[in-house]
Write a protein that binds this ligand. Sequence first.
Ligand SMILES: Nc1ncnc2c1ncn2[C@@H]1O[C@H](COP(=O)(O)OP(=O)(O)OP(=O)(O)O)[C@@H](O)[C@H]1O
Length: 509
Amino acid sequence: MTLLQVEGLTKSFGARRVLRDVSFSIAEGEIVGLVGTNGAGKSTLGDVVAGITPADSGRMTLLGHPYAPLSAADARHVGVGVVEQLVRIDPSLTVAQAVFRGTAQAGRPQEELRRQAQVLLAEVTLDVDPDTLVGELPHFVHGLIETARVLAEDTRLVVLDEVSAALLPSEVTGLHAVAGRLSRQGRGVLYISHRLPEMLEVVDRVLVLRDGRIALDSPSAELDPVRLAAETVGEPVSVPVRRETAAAALKDSAVPEEVAAPAPARPAPSDEVALRVRNLRVPGRVEGVDLLLRRGEVVGLTGHRSSGVREIADALSGELPAITDEIELHGEPSPDTGTLRLPAYRPDDDAYGVDPGETIARTLTQEAWGSLTDLRKEIATLREVIRTVHQMDVKTLSIRTVFGALSGGDQHKLALARWMSSARDVVVLHEPTRGLDVRARRQVRRLLDDATAHGTSVVVVSVDPDELAECCDRVGIVAGGRVARWIDTGELALDSVRERIVEAATAAA
Ligand SMILES: Nc1ncnc2c1ncn2[C@@H]1O[C@H](COP(=O)(O)OP(=O)(O)OP(=O)(O)O)[C@@H](O)[C@H]1O
């Protein structure tokens, strides 16, 4: 039976028309994927379904009854729940309080809530004590706590907005198990994601939102990741390749040419050593890591939450005190073997360290703006802003739009572009393509290409095997505070790199 029927939805923000005549349905027990480029309107559509944002026109029915929620609470009341994309839970709550906040069970005795929370957290594969304060946990857990909260409610339809974006493959498997369970219980799931290969493993059907309309409504069995990526952007997509000729890479891949075009191959990094670290230790957490980074090289690091990968990254950027036997920078031994202070980009940090109320123009020119003294300089600066907005394909009508009104992916792209513009030498990037669509991933790769061509070397720390496969020359799998294995990505097709990373990370866990 049809659970949700959506007909002719439209939605605009000011002059920006985001949804145009959107119609689709979700059957009971169906998991429906929703994909689209950054700013295509996926979250807006999810928010309309979940009562967070009202549509301008159109109608919805839930199990055949008219459904026009006035708020998220209203939607929850009739069984529609949502895990929002950039959810930030009050850090002063305990995990158990967070799971049950706003639910019918909230008033029950604490001990009972604790026990129930434990069961729900296990279901979403979150191994934390329910008494822990939310503020003490890394940001990726917020989405999982919210998912546990949706499970605690008697939900008929769940909107999962990019919950998987920050998760390891094993955690994504856990999330998919939850979606599968909801489906077997006859509930519906609207699953929003940019991680297409993983998404195709769990959904029954896929909707592609393009130019505000449903451009494709197809059973997932008829799609593969590259074809779906091409449908998402409405043109052939580039298949990233490195250190081999682009044409050869495409010839060897199983992807038909009408949906895939090769990206220009990046030059191989030079032999010059940019950074060599011997025997890096963080007592009790990192056991002795040797790291060699050549000039212009991109090296990935990944591993399970308790593997020590985060600690290695924190030691590299000086957030954790580390001990080393030797640090060599550009062939010169560093006199100070304990101090590494590589600049690090983290998308979680205070929403990119950017004021969401500031305009795009001001965000991108934070320093230059205040010091501008002549018109020519001012024009050149604004040109540069417009160039970046175009280059990163940010969907906005004006550079005076406030940063916080941009879609999640567009915010991330601009924040990264701003950060990379001053990146020099050796830097650490955490999850540089998280939440980005296939075209935006290519733009980030171009940012990396530009930076590495100018001699910058990059350490990418990531949970996403596709991101690592696309961006890195080598990937280190971390386990037990050491790099257990290096995977050289240069000679391999993307799919095999991805497979090897997942396989090695699973074996090392
Ligand atoms: N409250 C708002 N005010 C103004 N514009 C908004 C608002 N919310 C969304 N928009 C605009 O609507 C468009 C669609 O945004 P939405 O967040 O739905 O995109 P999305 O497909 O979820 O993107 P992403 O993949 O980047 O998360 C964007 O251009 C965004 O700037």
